[in-house]
Structures are given as structure tokens and as C-alpha cells.
Design a protein. Structure first.
Length: 63
């Protein structure tokens, strides 16, 4: 585990992105434009909060 880092659920990620659809987020992952995250044994996707924040920062820098 990454210290006090938190694993985010897909609904939490979508909310943090301001209403991006689930399909859009998964499409971004498919084409390599979003973090891959990790799959739990129940097949649910999770992202580390720090990985998500770093990804957002790269988008800000690219803008």
C-alpha cells in the first residue's frame, strides 16, 4: 500500500472528473489516455488517489 493513499472507485473518479461518463473514462483507459489502475479479484477497477492526482496534473501541464 502507498502509505495513507486511498483507492478510488469508478464512481468517485467520475465525480472528481465533473460528470465524465463511465464509457468515456473506460475508453480513455483503452486508448492509454487515463491511468490503468488495478483490478480487484471481483473485477472492480480502483485507482490510487495519488496516481489519479498525478494524471490530472499532467493534463493541466499539457493545457
Amino acid at each position: 500500500m502507498k502509505g495513507h493513499d486511498k483507492l478510488m472507485t469508478v464512481p468517485e473518479i467520475l465525480e472528481a472528473l465533473g460528470g465524465v461518463s463511465e464509457r468515456t473514462f473506460y475508453r480513455w483507459r483503452e486508448i492509454g489516455k487515463a491511468p490503468r489502475g488495478l483490478r480487484l479479484p471481483n473485477n472492480e477497477l480502483r485507482l490510487w488517489r495519488s496516481e489519479f492526482d498525478s494524471w490530472l496534473e499532467t493534463l493541466r501541464e499539457a493545457a
